[in-house]
Design a protein around this ligand. Structure first.
Ligand code: NAD
Length: 542
């Protein structure tokens, strides 16, 4: 009944019929495969969605290109006005309903994260719209000094074309928001292929966006949707109609996607897996570090790309810190993500349960000490209606080996498993931090300015996101990536470019200079003199 309430408040008028169309390019349709949306808390099927056929996908791609040809002519501030209306549609109360709250609940229902995080995702979409509206008046090129008399060189950004957004299940709203808002003010048309396991979130969002486009007399295919799986993803990635592929997902799929797009010389943004570490030094303020590590490791049931998966603690405080962390883990109970106060929801799918169990088996097999967790919650720990949900115990383990090349350290397991190691010198911990293939988020907890300098400098973290906190100020330094100091690994703001290095894919989205990837740059040399001199003084006169 909760599912019905959430869906009806979002005006899923097709909910009574057998299936909901999952393709939008100006009109809603789809006569292909049926995808089921399953609530991970109960395993209840909450929607059946009709995808499109391969022919329908090609037709949608053509309509997206057509829409781009029209939309690119709109001046950037007028595109910004459309984004402003999308922002308002997401945040204003309409007929007694707050879309932000209802969409947030739908995220909780369909993805399984707790409601406050679901609402946070929609807020992130709203925030990036604000950012993009401002950007629509600031997407400046520049005038470059020319060495030739009577010449000017302009570096000019123009719309790029069609942007294919392929997104992951764990952020079913925000990641699309980052892409849509920026791509739209840049003058592109966007085709979204969401995760096939979160189709209702994508349909609900597309309904809101398409209303705005249609009310402004613009083609709906400026922000199209194609619910589909691997085949649809592959077809979009291979299509010459798609100028930029923005892919968020696993390293394994990203590796294939990257090769295909590179093979046809398309543009690509890759946002792949993270294997994020927190380093806690003996001088850290443990009152800050402890809740942040706890949230980083357990929040979203370990299903954030920025989840803390590795914890390195300096020897002097190791036993105290681990003890306190264990106490925090003991206090958490699983529950319905839609109910206020729940901190731990389910994993998203049955497959995720297998990933969790095989990671635990591997730890046990390699003689790791499992301090807490390591099992699926038994039905007796859950409300009756949640007894079939995908709930697992958040786990802390101390692997026997600290060799970062070992699988338990080097692989991203998308589940709440925190591996812990004790270190003596900060250099050792930084080396461990950097020794894995991924490079998304990392954080150091210290009050020593020398450690902070080391962390953010050339010998420091090699991640995109590097967080630090000094004694008086809690600040985050975003050096085109995530290195944190006294800030947890999770929880990004839209103002900074988001993304990671190495096998996380080097992509950057959202704020910062990320918009520069969504445009086609040209250097335009204009000769307004009566002569035609060549650069570098080259003489080629007859
Ligand atoms: P996934 O790789 O299984 O799927 C991602 C998307 O790719 C889905 O839309 C899927 O349908 C599509 N897809 C699958 N096979 C494809 C193929 N061969 N060609 C084209 N598309 C294909 O990822 P997931 O399980 O949905 O998401 C979890 C992963 O995403 C984790 O690794 C997580 O770290 C990562 N992630 C990264 C970020 C980031 O910003 N770095 C953000 C969120 C999630």
């Amino acid at each position: 009944s909760r599912a019905r309430n959430v869906l009806s408040s979002l005006d899923f008028s097709e909910k009574q019929s057998d299936t909901i169309p999952g393709v939008y390019d100006g009109e809603w349709r789809g006569s292909g495969e049926i995808f089921e949306s399953v609530c991970p808390s109960t395993r209840e099927v909450i929607g059946r969605i009709r995808s499109g056929t391969p022919d329908e996908l090609q037709a949608t791609l053509s309509k997206t290109r057509e829409a781009y040809r029209k939309f690119r002519l709109l001046p950037p501030p007028r595109r910004g006005e459309i984004v402003r209306q999308i922002r308002n549609a997401l945040s204003s109360k309409v007929c007694g309903v707050f879309p932000r709250e209802e969409l947030g609940a739908l995220v909780a229902l369909e993805m399984g994260k707790i409601r406050t995080e679901g609402v946070g995702e929609v807020q992130e979409f709203i925030d990036i719209c604000d950012y993009a509206v401002g950007l629509s008046r600031m997407m400046n090129g520049r005038l470059v000094a020319s060495e030739r008399p009577g010449h000017s060189i302009l570096e000019v950004p123009n719309p790029l074309g069609v942007v294919g957004v392929l997104s992951a299940f764990n952020f079913p709203v925000a990641v699309y928001g980052w892409n849509l808002a920026i791509s739209m003010v840049a003058g592109n048309a966007t085709l979204w292929k969401p995760s096939p396991s979160t189709p209702l979130c994508s349909i609900a969002i597309t309904k809101i966006v398409s209303n705005v486009l249609e009310n402004n007399g613009l083609p709906g295919a400026i922000a199209g949707l194609f619910v589909g799986g691997k085949d649809a993803g592959e077809a979009i990635v291979e299509s010459e109609e798609v100028d930029l592929v923005s892919f968020t997902g696993s390293e394994a799929v990203g590796r294939q996607v990257g090769k295909v797009v590179q093979g046809r010389f398309g543009k690509i943004i890759l946002e792949l897996g993270g294997n994020n570490a927190s380093i806690v030094l003996a001088d850290a303020d443990l009152n800050l570090a402890l809740p942040a590590v706890f949230f980083g490791a357990v929040g979203t049931a370990g299903q954030r790309c920025t989840t803390t998966r590795r914890l390195f603690i300096q020897r002097a405080i190791a036993s105290t810190f681990i003890e306190k962390l264990q106490a925090a883990y003991k206090s958490i109970t699983p529950g319905d993500p839609l109910i206020d106060g729940t901190l731990l929801g389910p994993l998203h799918t049955e497959r995720a349960i297998s990933v969790y169990l095989s990671a635990i088996d591997h730890l046990r097999f390699s003689d790791a000490e499992i301090l807490i967790g390591g099992r699926i919650y038994e039905a007796s720990h859950l409300e009756d209606y949640l007894s079939k949900g995908y709930f697992v115990q958040p786990t802390i383990a101390i692997p026997r080996s600290t060799d970062p090349k070992q699988m338990m350290w080097s692989k991203e397991n998308f589940a709440p498993i925190l591996n812990v190691a004790v270190f003596d010198e900060v250099e050792e911990a930084i080396e461990w931090n950097n020794a894995v293939p991924q490079g998304l988020s990392s954080t150091i907890w210290t009050r020593d300015i020398r450690n902070i300098g080391k962390w953010i400098g050339p010998e420091g973290s090699d991640c995109g996101i590097v967080n630090v906190r000094d004694e008086k100020k809690n600040y985050r330094l975003t050096l085109m990536g995530f290195k944190q100091v006294n800030v947890g690994t999770s929880g990004a703001e839209i103002g900074a470019a988001f993304g990671g290095n190495k096998s996380t894919g080097w992509g950057r989205e959202s704020g910062g200079d990320a918009w520069k990837q969504y445009v086609r740059w040209s250097a335009c040399t204009i000769n307004y003199s009566d002569a035609a001199p060549l650069a570098q003084g080259v003489n080629f006169n007859l």
